[in-house]
Design a protein around this ligand. Structure first.
Ligand SMILES: [Zn+2]
Length: 430
């Protein structure tokens, strides 16, 4: 193991990877106990909260020097998505370090941030340093399945833990994209699309499959699904996406015509992965259910649609879905989660940039919109402005977007050390 300035960070990450917290079905409790022990050793007073047996989250407050300042929430999730060892080059729960990288499920999503946070906080405490603001540290269960047993449970049952928190930082942002050795863009996530998982229900006339039937529930739901699946939602530039494209196109010397943003996105290379789905709403049919016998026309049929709407577009999106679904089809919202859009250029973002620049003079921050969601949505409901900021300086050869939920998930040791240094500066100044 290479010796780093934040010597503990790699060990914490490899330990956490070895604690299998696959969601479903391995509970987070052992990881929560590990984290709580590391925080307690350093002098904080962490508390473990269980929403269900084994579904554990940890929260601790690190008191700042300025008690009048608003508090900052730093949150990370402890669960990971499952991994099939047969597909991997190294065991996904082995926590191995090879060729200067830490390998394993959670290496980037997001035990890396959990480990960096632990290493930085412990170092600050060892050296008798405190952040300026109160920092609430939360290590959460269940993010990968929507957060009902983690962030949502805590926000609902224990909102007092987050008292005074006005801003939050967490995953899926803060990593570098190298334009050239003199310019690295750090993507700060400032917006998230909303999520609408919907079940469409059609009812019709049940009957024998040999008879005439002009009121068939299966036909009706199939038509609704076909219309929705084939629908082209119009390209709509939200402020975040417009800022992102303006900045990135300037940095990459690509022409950006706001009337044709897809042309610019097509030339962004790997960055297109992050941004392609944030130009418009999407609605993908994912499940169908109807019938039980070849010659019986069922009374009901249903389908599930995975919808993602742009910030500010929820009502208009749902109205479009209803219109496409057509008469005789009703919509049930299985899971509806808000979109968020946070301002860029705030003092907190300036602090991120200053911390990055101190460690990487070639750094420039760029806002972007995430097409998926994180626990920041939940904390937005408590009034917090959330950002994706896990600082990592990456080497250009790593396809970082492919690491999230991917096979052979891994992160450079040097990026972890860089991230810890930036996070330390950030927490001291935020
Ligand atoms: Zn994650």
């Amino acid at each position: 193991m290479s010796e780093t300035e934040y010597g503990e960070v790699v060990g914490f990450l490899t330990d956490l990877i070895r604690i299998d917290t696959s969601n479903p079905i391995k509970p987070e409790r052992p990881a929560a106990e590990y984290v709580a022990e590391k925080l307690a050793e350093a002098g904080l007073e962490p508390e473990i909260f269980e929403s269900e047996p084994g579904r554990a989250s940890v929260v601790a407050r690190f008191e700042g020097t300025d008690s009048s300042a608003d508090a900052l929430l730093v949150h990370g999730h402890l669960d990971v998505v499952p991994a099939d060892a047969a597909d991997w080059s190294l065991h996904p729960f082995g926590g191995e370090v090879k060729d200067g990288l830490v390998w394993g499920r959670g290496a980037v999503d997001m035990k890396d941030m959990d480990a960096m946070t632990l290493a930085v906080v412990r170092r600050m405490l060892r050296e008798g340093r405190r952040p300026r603001r109160d920092v609430v540290l939360a290590f959460l269960a269940d993010e990968e399945a929507g957060g009902n047993f983690g962030a949502k449970f805590l926000a609902d049952k224990h909102p007092e833990l987050f008292e005074g928190c006005t801003e939050a930082i967490s995953e899926v942002g803060g990593y570098s994209y190298e334009i050239n050795p003199e310019l690295r863009l750090y993507l700060i996530e400032t917006a998230q699309k909303g999520l609408a998982w919907m079940r469409l229900h059609a009812r019709g006339q049940a009957g024998h499959g040999s008879m005439l039937n002009t009121d068939n529930a299966v036909t009706r739901v199939a038509q609704a699904v076909a219309r929705i699946g084939a629908h082209e939602f119009p390209v709509t530039l939200t402020p975040t996406v417009r800022d992102f494209l303006t900045e990135v196109c300037e940095a990459m010397d690509i022409e950006f015509d706001p009337d044709d943003p897809e042309a610019a996105v097509a030339r962004l290379g790997p960055l297109a992965r992050f941004i392609g789905a944030t130009l418009k709403h999407t609605a993908n049919p994912t499940m169908l259910e109807a019938g039980y016998k070849s010659n019986v026309i069922p009374e009901r049929a249903s389908a599930v649609i995975d919808g993602r709407f742009l910030p500010g577009g929820q009502d208009e999106f749902l109205a479009t879905i209803d219109e496409l679904a057509g008469p005789g089809v009703t919509r049930e919202n299985i899971h509806l989660d808000r979109s968020v859009e946070s301002p860029f250029g705030t003092p907190l973002v300036e602090t991120m940039l200053a911390a990055l620049k101190a460690e990487d003079p070639a750094a420039r921050t760029v806002p972007y919109c995430l097409s998926a969601g994180t626990d920041n949505k939940t904390f937005a409901s408590l009034g917090m402005t959330g950002y994706g900021f896990v600082p990592l300086r990456l080497t250009p050869d790593l396809d970082f977007a492919a690491m999230f939920h991917g096979v052979d998930e891994r992160v450079p040791v040097s990026a972890l050390d860089f991230g810890a240094r930036v996070l330390d500066r950030f927490l001291m100044a935020a």
